[in-house]
Design a protein around this ligand. Structure first.
Ligand SMILES: [Zn+2]
Length: 360
């Protein structure tokens, strides 16, 4: 019934924000279809995260009608998680953690741009070295465009600068990335909703994804994952920077970005669609080397949620062993199934013979 588990088409078009079931059936969400991921369930934390600071969004929310919903249709989502997330958000906002840091990140951006110019200038003299330098700079552009997507330079300039770093310097699409990345933050490690898990048919991180990966890839994925990441940025690079691709190995930036992303999410559990923001963040994320400290032990402990803190080496091991095990288990399952169906075929043939004999 209702929200949880219902397919996209039958999901009811309401969402709960701060205890009110808001009718969004006639609402065109300015941020695109991300709102559909919250049809028929609580979206308070997502609203707080994306719009808590924005007066216009609160006004829009107020203007939307309330929907009468049968309590049986409301999926069970722990309200204490929602309340804890709101409390955390409020305290972080009060501490100024969401304030843009235009000067510090501006200096970082300028340094990267200067390094890119230097690499291009040096390319005729030291092609390999400047190629590696350029690849590393593109990885930094990945971080910089991420900051832009998170409005690091304030509401007015952030997206413009994101287009500069992602579009002009990296050859990707800033708005495509934003749409995907917002879903990643709102539905971390939720299968089918967090687009960053879409690594099939090449790599599988869990039994569900493994079903969409061919045998050869399951056999080799633990060994091909890292080298393949190099190709990821190669594709981006080829779109506009032919010259740079021609003279340098494109792999450093892809491996750098993809590898670090993988460490944080790939090896840990998938979460159900109705998970609260806190659940999907805690269950679906590894805090390796203190990199993604989310809200610390306090909240996790209070609510009985897992909080995984690993060293860099520990996270690498978890990811690579996980990749290898997923491949091995699915291959085993497939071979069992083949044996089983072969046995079944023999049995069917044997019983057919017996039937024939009986008939004679
Ligand atoms: Zn982000």
């Amino acid at each position: 019934m209702g929200g949880a588990g219902a397919s996209e088409a039958e999901r009811p078009k309401w969402t709960t924000i701060h205890g009110r079931h808001v009718d969004v059936s006639k609402f065109r969400h300015p941020g695109g279809n991300i709102i559909e991921l919250f049809y028929g369930m609580d979206s308070t934390s997502a609203f707080e995260q994306f719009h808590g600071h924005h007066k216009g969004a609160w006004k829009m929310l107020k203007a939307l009608p309330t929907k009468e919903v049968d309590p049986a249709d409301v999926p069970q989502q722990p309200q204490e998680h929602v309340a804890e997330m709101t409390r955390l958000m409020t305290s972080w906002r009060e501490r100024g953690l969401f304030k843009p840091r235009p000067v510090a990140s501006g200096i970082y951006g300028l340094a990267v741009v200067a390094a890119i110019v230097a690499c291009i200038a040096c390319a005729p003299h030291a092609p390999v070295l400047s190629g590696i330098g350029l690849g590393s700079c593109w990885a930094q552009c990945g971080f910089l465009q991420h900051m832009g997507g998170h409005r690091e330079w304030g509401v007015r300039y952030s997206f413009l600068l994101q287009h500069f770093f992602e579009g002009l310097l990296k050859g990707g699409s800033a708005s495509w990335w934003r749409n995907r990345h917002n879903k990643h933050h709102a539905k971390t490690n939720v299968l089918g909703e967090d687009g960053d898990l879409r690594t099939t048919p090449f790599f599988a991180w869990d039994p569900t994804l493994a079903k969409k990966v061919p045998d050869w890839s399951l056999k080799t994925q633990a060994f091909t994952f890292l080298p393949a990441l190099g190709a990821y940025v190669f594709v981006f690079a080829f779109t506009i920077r032919k010259y740079a691709v021609a003279c340098h190995p494109p792999s450093p930036s892809g491996i750098y970005l993809g590898f670090f992303f993988g460490l944080s999410h790939f090896a840990v559990e998938r979460v159900p669609s109705t998970a609260t923001w806190l659940e999907s963040s805690m269950i679906g994320t590894v805090d390796w080397g203190g990199s993604s400290a989310f809200c610390g032990y306090a909240s996790a402990e209070k609510l009985g949620l897992p909080y995984r803190e690993l060293s860099f080496a520990g996270a690498v091991k978890l990811m690579m062993v996980g990749l290898w095990r997923t491949g091995r288990d699915e291959l085993q399952l497939r071979s069992d199934r083949r044996k089983y169906s072969r046995t079944q075929a023999y049995m069917a043939a044997a019983s057919a013979v017996v039937e024939n004999l009986k008939a004679d």
